[in-house]
Write a protein that binds this ligand. Structure first.
Ligand code: ATP
Length: 417
């Protein structure tokens, strides 16, 4: 009987239609008013999306509550810059952003033994979105930081779709010879709830010769199905309708074989999407040597983690790359953050590149249902990156975080489209 119930549950989950829904009205006032997103809009693409026709008058009055968690290292600097720019954006487009700041991070952990309070998630559960900086300190082990803060939010809030757009912005030079810009326009979809980061495993007989440690990759049919559907939906919404499924099923003959099988099953419902399969090792070569053959990419938690750092480097700098951790069903707030880490080598010097945070802000505005503001912010970012005198040192320039932030605010103010 138990088996029957379990099968029934799995069947139900598996057959739930994945709705990538976006709250047109956003905020608390617009519950129930949803529409399918344009993938073009989602990722800072300058093509104007279609968002329905909610009266502008109602939009003007809305205020979104944002939980800001700067975290560690340059997190504080880039989130402060992000709030300044997002505030300017909101003023320009006639809506409100109310930021609640949380001092969660490694300093708190060192003082109290916890990165966030016990009821931390309850404190942010009803916010419209989370804006996150970075987690990581030189004197705290990386796995403690990651599990204590970032994953402690992403996993319980079921932000299972981690979405990472990569483009070469105007004025930025890719380290790839012969790649000037248009050849590299990708969106990486990272499975963000299970796989290699499921946290399953253990360690026994510590320090003894017979010590054993395991990390088990967990792949569930429900988890793989929903991320495949998300990726196919996203690929379908982009002009090329092209998806590459990254795998390692030659070596990992259980979870990864199921991953491939489910990709093929889901693909049957998307006959308009062209898709192919690529081993993760071969994928690194393809990204480097034939970037123009890729568009939307879906990969496991670990594979996409690695590939998206490569993608960020190929697009010019880790400091530019944005991320959305989405709970597509909107049962929990989604979280937006730059890809980069705490960057202790430059912390406090005022030279952190804030563009990754600004671009994450674009994704957040799109998610909130403010496409005009999102498009305006993306135009402002691109106007600023196009000016090499406004490049921070990671891009080979001398500009400071404050100068880039002011330039983006000025560009917002001067954009009368
Ligand atoms: P984590 O483990 O926390 O993800 P990491 O060790 O992978 O961090 P980062 O802390 O992101 O890496 O830093 C890698 C390098 O990139 C560092 O030299 C850092 O200074 C640089 N870097 C990262 N982000 C930025 C940024 N926003 N602006 C300028 N340089 C950056």
């Amino acid at each position: 009987m138990f088996l029957g119930l379990a099968r029934g549950l799995i069947y139900t989950i598996y057959n739930l239609p994945l709705k990538i829904t976006w709250n047109l009205g956003g905020g608390h006032a617009a519950a129930g008013e949803q529409s399918r997103s344009s993938g073009l809009a989602m990722f800072g693409n300058p093509v104007a999306p279609s968002w329905g026709n909610r009266p502008q008058e109602k939009r003007r009055m809305r205020t979104y509550r944002i939980a800001a968690i700067p975290g560690d290292g340059i997190g504080a600097e880039v989130i402060a810059a992000g709030i300044e720019v997002l505030d300017a954006c909101a003023k320009r487009d006639g809506f409100g952003l109310a930021f609640d700041r949380f001092d969660w991070g490694s300093e708190r952990y060192k003082k109290t033994g916890a990165f966030m309070p016990e009821n931390g998630r309850d404190l942010i559960r009803n916010h419209d979105a989370v804006l996150f900086g970075s987690a990581g300190a030189p004197d705290v082990a990386d796995h403690i930081t990651l599990w204590g803060l970032r994953l402690a939010i992403c996993q319980p809030f079921d932000q299972y779709a981690n979405v990472r757009p990569t483009r070469i912005l105007p004025g930025i030079t890719s380290p790839l010879r012969n790649v000037s810009g248009p050849e590299l326009d990708w969106v990486i979809v990272r499975e963000n709830s299970e796989g290699e980061y499921a946290g399953v495993g253990g360690r026994v007989h510590r320090g003894l010769p017979e010590e054993v440690a395991t990390d088990v990759s967990m792949f569930t049919r429900a988890g793989v199905t929903r991320i495949m559907r998300f990726a196919f939906d996203l690929a379908r919404s982009r002009p090329r309708k092209l998806l590459t499924v990254v795998t390692k099923s030659n070596a990992q003959r259980h979870g990864m074989v199921m991953w491939d099988e489910i990709a093929a099953e889901v693909a049957r419902g998307y006959t308009d999407v062209t898709w192919d399969k690529m081993l993760v090792d071969a994928m690194t070569m393809r990204m480097t040597l034939r970037p123009q053959t890729l568009d939307t990419i879906v990969a496991t938690n670990l594979h996409a983690d690695i590939l998206s750092d490569l993608a960020a480097a190929l697009a010019g700098s880790l400091g530019i790359a944005p991320t959305a951790n989405l709970n597509p069903e909107r049962e929990f707030p989604s979280m937006f953050e730059p890809i980069h880490g705490s960057a202790f080598d430059i912390t406090g010097k005022g030279i952190a590149n804030p563009i990754g945070t600004f671009w994450s802000g674009v994704l957040m505005l799109e998610h909130l249902g403010e496409p005009a503001a999102a498009a305006r912010l993306m135009r402002a970012i691109e106007r600023v990156t196009a000016n090499k005198s406004l490049h921070t040192p990671d891009l080979g320039g001398n500009a400071t975080t404050a100068q880039v932030t002011k330039a983006v605010c000025d560009a917002l103010a001067g954009d009368n489209r």
